[in-house]
Design a protein around this ligand. Structure first.
Ligand code: G
Ligand code: G
Ligand code: MN
Ligand code: NA
Length: 254
């Protein structure tokens, strides 16, 4: 596959870039965190989005070196932002289940934190519900080790997978991200509103932080704040952006 061959060289040819999407603190206002989102500047195809190459990267296990590059790059960037205009800023990074199948994951995370001088408490690692159904020792041990380091584990796309609520008890989860499919119509659809309310209440009772994704309208933002949601992420607050674009857009309001 041509695309896979191209991807193999993308890191060394410097074609990958980490974009950052802001997450707003709904209680205190301002910028709470940024989520690192990978972009690929393909020499012929132009900008390729993760949906078009992450699955390929997972099948070929190229996600292991690429994921390590994202983590190191984003940690270094966060350290620079915390030393400058955003001293309280936190960082969310997506981890693929494939990355949990490498024995070195914990060492990679530890080394990315050490090299950037970041405190583990500022890092949030996003995994999907499917990972929690993976009973392999390597995965279970890695989740426990990350928690022991002080890193916050976040469940991405919460409510769309096949996991059961018992996993929230069994695993060291610290944050739920309400999937954007529930947020999109929450003002018009009573079912979606009920699901958002229920996830927010569940998070409250279990002492988990809750982040709403896909917020595009002011009225959704107001509804979520009123409902007790901790953070919001979505095009209303900012698209995933390059470092320069994020700094230009946000200097002033955080
Ligand atoms: O960035 P976009 O806005 O298109 O993201 C699409 C999907 O790709 C998201 O579900 C996200 O979880 C995934 N994704 C983006 N960046 C990364 C990454 O660095 N690592 C992994 N594993 N997934 C990512
Ligand atoms: O990791 P995750 O699957 O949640 O990745 C976030 C994805 O959601 C990225 O593809 C990002 O571009 C997309 N996204 C972020 N905010 C919005 C939004 O407000 N609306 C829509 N439709 N997509 C969004
Ligand atoms: Mn995510
Ligand atoms: Na998501």
């Amino acid at each position: 596959l041509q695309l896979e061959r191209d991807l193999r060289h993308a890191v060394e040819r410097d074609e990958l870039e980490v974009f950052y999407q802001p997450q707003m603190d709904l209680r205190r206002g301002g910028l709470a965190a940024v989520e690192a989102l990978l972009r690929w500047h393909h020499p012929e195809r132009g900008l390729v989005l993760p949906g078009d190459f992450i699955p390929l990267a997972e099948e070929s296990r190229l996600i292991v070196p690429i994921g390590e590059w994202v983590l190191r790059t984003a940690c270094r960037q966060l350290a620079a932002w915390r030393a400058g205009q955003w001293p309280e800023l936190r960082l969310a990074v997506n981890l693929s289940p494939v990355q949990f199948q490498q024995a070195e994951l914990i060492e990679v995370v530890r080394s990315a934190l050490d090299d950037s001088g970041l405190d583990p408490e500022v890092l949030e690692l996003e995994v999907t519900e499917g990972l929690l159904m993976d009973n392999r020792d390597l995965t279970l041990q890695a989740l426990a080790d990350l928690k022991a380091m002080g890193i916050r584990l976040s469940i991405d796309d919460f409510g769309t997978g096949y996991s059961s609520l018992v996993y929230l008890k069994r695993f060291p989860v610290g944050q739920l991200k309400i999937d954007r499919s529930f947020v999109r119509d929450l003002l018009e659809d009573r079912g979606d509103a009920a699901i958002c309310e229920t996830i927010i209440a569940l998070a409250g009772h279990l002492d988990l932080e809750v982040v709403a994704e896909g917020v595009e309208q002011v009225e959704q933002l107001d509804w979520l704040r009123e409902a007790g949601c901790d953070r919001a992420q979505g095009y209303l607050l900012g698209r995933p952006m390059s470092v320069d674009a994020l700094e230009r857009r946000l200097s002033g309001d955080a």
